[in-house]
Design a binder for this molecule. Structure first.
Ligand SMILES: [Zn+2]
Length: 274
């Protein structure tokens, strides 16, 4: 596996501005309200969509998050190894939801210039299996450094290390807020995980901030309530800072902040946003 630092030049080689964004739902998961929202009801379950987005440029595209690893979810032994959590399961539509939606959008994997991973939880890294070493995988350094050590920890985490610790993957490390391409910026929203990042996309008609799991639900943003779980207890204060940051962004004219897993957030069901 190659791991290197981000270099603004040559960057990803995308020439802007971004033309459009394609929201995609690639699976579902039942989540306790108390996991999504601090103080939520542990007996109330939400059926939350697993979301990814494609940002399209004139000369290529970017993928933001990658959903479940459908091969792991569908393999009985691997499913027990990685998805055996009480009251949790990964729900997949038939087929390969990411591959099929990308094909339906007319996007070619050969023109994918980068994949931004918000954080390493198993519902975000699965599609990395589709990438070769030519596609940079963009993660925060703090996330990668913690995630690389997870297999040696005693405590179990909801990750599939094989998704992101693969020999033929090219990891590129970011340090905090980073402009990745014209109109696309990674935002430091650590807390839920040590190096969680959100992604701001400045489209022709609006700016969309993909909160990812810094805010599962709109309520996290609107009421400035942090997510209910953090990977490390010391990151708890940052989970609050992250939703405060997202709330502040949502107050700006022309800026929409999209929660990562909100079943009620209608824009996730749109095909194209510009
Ligand atoms: Zn998630």
């Amino acid at each position: 596996m190659s791991v290197r630092d981000w270099q603004p030049e040559p960057g990803l080689g995308l020439t802007g501005p971004p033309l459009r964004l394609h929201p995609m739902i690639v699976g579902y998961e039942p989540i306790r309200e108390s996991i999504s929202v601090l103080g939520g009801d542990p007996a109330l379950f939400l059926l939350e969509p697993v979301t990814v987005a494609a940002v399209v440029y004139e000369n290529g595209w970017l993928l933001v998050d990658a959903g479940f690893n459908v091969d792991v979810v569908r393999d009985p032994a691997e499913r027990i190894e990685y998805f055996n959590w009480e009251s949790y399961t990964a729900l997949l539509p038939p087929g390969d939801p990411l591959v099929e939606q990308v094909a339906a959008l007319g996007l070619a994997w050969e023109t994918l210039r980068g994949c931004v991973i918000s954080h390493v939880h198993a519902d975000h890294t699965g599609g990395l299996r589709l990438l070769g070493p030519e596609v940079p995988v963009l993660m925060q350094r703090a996330e990668y450094e913690f995630a690389a050590g997870i297999p040696t920890l005693e405590e179990k985490h909801v990750v599939v290390p094989g998704d992101y610790l693969r020999d033929d993957l090219s990891i590129v490390l970011l340090d905090g807020d980073t402009q990745l391409a014209p109109g696309v910026t990674a935002l430091d929203t650590r807390g839920h995980t040590p190096g969680h990042q959100s992604v701001m996309v400045e489209l022709p008609e609006r700016t969309v901030v993909l909160a990812c799991d810094a805010a599962d639900l709109w309520r996290n943003i609107g009421d400035q309530l942090p997510c209910g779980t953090v990977m490390r207890p010391e990151d708890e204060p940052f989970a609050l800072t992250a939703v405060q940051r997202l709330y502040e962004l949502a107050q700006r004219p022309g800026v929409e902040v999209w929660p990562g897993h909100d079943p009620e957030w209608a824009p996730w069901r749109e095909k194209t946003v510009s």
